[in-house]
Design a protein around this ligand. Structure first.
Ligand code: PBG
Length: 324
């Protein structure tokens, strides 16, 4: 007797029924760039297909997100004014606060997540305050807390600190609770590597550091034990969801972190991954629907409960139209 996998007899419906990993629109989060101004929808050259919106044009894309029934949108603000301490990040009329208010008033049922960081708002492009020529972790925590509270005041359902300062989750949790936002969730970038895959994003958000790099606060791509340590600290500090970032090149990290924690884990398929897929598809070297779908499946298979991807809208719409 030969024991076989019996693949030849498998029909599409049996294949679906027995699949070990499933995709759904609700597990995907779509990142959106919002810049100050009016009546703006502009292309992002490094990320074909992605655009920057001003707060007044933002509803156009949010309507698609709502109809596609995705899990939520992650908003990144690009301010007009930058300074040493990133003060427009916590301005109640800042670009991200306006965007959050617009989103929640037009689409109350849409989950709105605010990116909490300083690099888009500081003149030096670093994610924290500069003291003595380097990023100062502890004094940055108070600023990040202000940013998070201002976003919760504007109506954000979830805040997502992407700065990688130590202790950010505990500091933000305490500030949110003190200001009456006990129900606002924290989706923390617990495991974020100092990665070259963020290049297209920095172009899109105007957030490249003016000097040095982010290796004093983001993780070394050579390490995985450290990822577990970072993840456990964030869980202990009160994170509701943790993010592992980037996505596809870090599947081993995702799997290891997932096994170590008891809260949902999100994987961020970052701008460089998107740009690579997009460029190959534009040349006819890869099939876009197939590759975008497989990329998310692989992240889910490795342990992602949630996937943050620039393909979220396309994928969700293809799924709804039964085109995948
Ligand atoms: C800001 C931030 C970055 C990304 C998300 N938040 C860039 C960085 O750390 O330099 C990257 C996202 C992407 O590449 O898609 N701290």
């Amino acid at each position: 007797m030969i024991t076989r996998p019996r693949r030849l007899r498998i029909t599409p419906s049996i294949r679906d029924m027995t699949a070990e990993t499933r995709l759904s629109p609700s597990m995907m989060i779509y990142p959106v760039f919002v810049r100050e101004g009016r009546n703006i929808i502009e292309d992002i050259p490094t990320m074909p297909g992605q655009k920057r919106y001003s707060p007044d044009t933002l509803p156009k894309i949010l309507e698609r997100a709502m109809n596609a029934k995705i899990g939520g949108v992650l908003l990144f603000g690009i301010p007009e004014h930058k300074d040493e301490c990133g003060s427009s990040a916590w301005d109640e009329n800042g670009v991200i606060q306006q965007a959050i208010r617009t989103a929640k008033s037009e689409f109350p049922g849409l989950t709105v997540i605010g990116d909490v960081c300083l690099c888009e708002y500081t003149s030096h492009g670093h994610c924290g305050l500069i003291r003595g020529g380097h990023v100062d972790n502890d004094s940055t925590l108070e600023i990040l807390s202000r940013v998070a509270v201002s976003q919760a005041d504007a109506g954000a359902d979830i805040v997502a600190p992407s700065d990688m300062m130590d202790g950010h989750t505990a500091a933000i949790r305490e500030a949110l609770d003190k200001n009456g936002h006990v129900d606002t969730l924290i989706m923390s970038y617990a495991v974020k590597y100092a990665s070259a895959f963020y290049g297209p994003f920095r172009e899109a958000a105007g957030s490249a550091p003016a000097f040095g790099d982010r290796r004093t606060y983001q993780m070394d791509p050579r390490n995985v034990r450290e990822a577990v340590k970072e993840a456990l600290l964030d869980v202990q500090e009160g994170a509701d969801i943790i993010i592992v970032k980037p996505g596809m090149p870090y599947l081993d990290v995702l799997k290891t972190v997932k096994a170590a924690v008891n809260i949902p884990v999100a994987s961020y398929s970052v701008s460089g991954e998107y740009a690579m897929m997009k460029a190959a598809c534009a040349n006819g070297w890869l099939n876009e629907k197939n590759i975008a779908c497989e990329a998310v499946i692989c992240l889910a298979r490795a342990g992602a409960d949630i996937v943050i991807t620039y393909y979220a809208l396309d994928l969700a719409e293809w799924m709804l139209k039964d085109e995948l």
